[in-house]
Design a protein around this ligand. Sequence first.
Ligand code: ADE
Length: 264
Amino acid sequence: MRIDVVSIFPDYLEGLTLSLIGKAIDQGLLDLGVHDLRDFAFDRHRTVDDSPYGGGAGMVMKAEPWALALEHVLGRGPAPAEADSAADSQDRLGEGTGEAPRPILIVPSPAGEVFDQRIAEDLAHAQHLVFACGRYEGIDQRVLDWAGESFDVRPMSIGDYVLNGGEVASMVMIEAVSRLIPGVIGNPESLTEESHEDGLLEYPIFTKPATWRGHEVPEILLSGNHAAIARWRRDRRLERTAEVRPDLLAELSDLDAADRAVLD
Ligand code: ADE
């Protein structure tokens, strides 16, 4: 998968080069390009914002630097003012084959569709994701309208609160998506019993020692009875979901009699 991120604070994205995502990049499972929007602002001050039409507080990100940056990640348009690591972008979309799926442009915004595990799974199948990190009051709406000619444009919120910009939200989404790319997580089984994978929250987990500061590990986990352990874990998942996220439980249609007995 190819992921491009455009931001006026490219250093924010440095964190993605650490840990499992960094390893996936090193292994060639993920190809990550981070681009400075200011490299596509060609006036003396490399201006990327201006006051809003119609008045109001704050500043709006100008359309043209965004258009040039997005054309660049598509392998079209002029090179940025200062060369970045994306010089190889020309062949990214397999242009000329006529078969490449449209890249997905994710625009982090508190006004977007709420990102969840289902969307992460969906995006993990994409060939090319581009994250447009807005700052200030956001990006001129015409950029999103124009980008719809080349991208599937998806304004996306990571929750009902307001951040200072799209960088942290992009990192959240990139981490959630890229860990689902086959090979990124060493043991794929660890993906199957996670919270949100099947609509239930995960069960509580324990490791050695069996007694710690007077707190015991539940005895059943020491029993070696795998069926009983599986039942215990499912019961805890059901209880936890009912307590913390009853909204998730209400959406489940495949609860059996044993499940219902725990919840009653
Ligand atoms: N930008 C500011 N707030 C945001 C949020 N909640 N989700 C995504 N992007 C944002």
